[in-house]
Design a binder for this molecule. Structure first.
Ligand code: ADP
Length: 221
């Protein structure tokens, strides 16, 4: 189970890492707090094993807190910090063109956009493989026919957490999510009372998440 550390608890860890072994009085003095105020934080940090305390010596850092930080960091890291550029195709592109784009761009999922760059859908490599099983002419059939269509597309905003992105991918059993923001409407569209679309600003995939996991493991974040 991951625990959420408070800002004060993080500050305590920094102090103990730098100055430990250090007594609770000295930690309290550095934070301009009383020992009594710090006591609950010190108990939590020792209970979960991030800090250890030796009588008459003080608190020191155990160098083994990584598992406790992972959940914390994943919630604090935002999608905007890790997203990749979107790889898109137009909904009127042919299946053949979609396959070529997928190969050239070295991605497993294409984000499909309509005129104006708004999200229309997504197409995975399996969607494209499936259509090749039938009699369809891949040079004629538009990719819009096989894509998973918006609003059935699971999306994420740049301000949501990396944890939320990973959770959505697991829950919906997909390899990636388009990163979107509400699109701005032109004056002309405004007049026509067009429905506001979602502007595609990136993508998050299982690869991004795995990279973060490795970086957390290496202590980079
Ligand atoms: P693959 O089909 O190559 O295993 P996925 O597991 O990502 O890749 O896709 C499974 C299905 O879900 C496909 O039909 C695909 O169109 C659809 N899909 C992919 N990404 C999303 C998403 N973000 N939201 C909704 N559906 C998606």
């Amino acid at each position: 189970m991951a625990i959420q550390l408070t800002l004060r608890q993080k500050k305590i860890i920094e102090i103990v890492k730098e100055k430990g072994p250090i007594t609770s009085e000295r930690i309290a003095a550095k934070l301009s707090l009383t020992r009594a105020t710090l006591r609950p934080d010190l108990s939590v940090l020792t209970m979960v094993g991030i800090l250890e305390a030796k009588p008459r010596v003080g608190y020191y850092h155990t160098e083994k807190p990584l598992p406790f930080f992972i959940g914390d960091e994943l919630r604090q890291l935002k999608v905007r910090d890790i997203k990749s550029r979107p790889v898109v195709a137009r909904d009127d592109a042919t299946i053949y063109d979609a396959v070529v784009t997928m190969v050239l761009e070295d991605v497993g999922t294409l984000i499909i956009v309509e005129e104006g760059g708004f999200l229309a859908g997504v197409v995975s490599r399996k969607d494209l493989l499936k259509i090749t099983l039938g009699q369809a002419d891949i040079h004629k059939v538009p990719v819009g026919i096989v894509m998973t269509r918006s609003p059935n597309v699971v999306t994420i905003s740049p301000e949501e957490s990396v944890y939320e992105a990973a959770r959505k991918m697991v829950q919906h059993q997909v390899d990636g999510l388009p990163v979107v923001v509400p699109g701005s409407i032109s004056a002309e569209e405004e007049e026509k009372k067009a429905v506001e679309g979602l502007e595609v600003v990136g993508r998050v995939t299982k690869t991004n998440i795995t990279k973060i996991f490795v970086e957390l493991g290496a202590g980079i974040y």
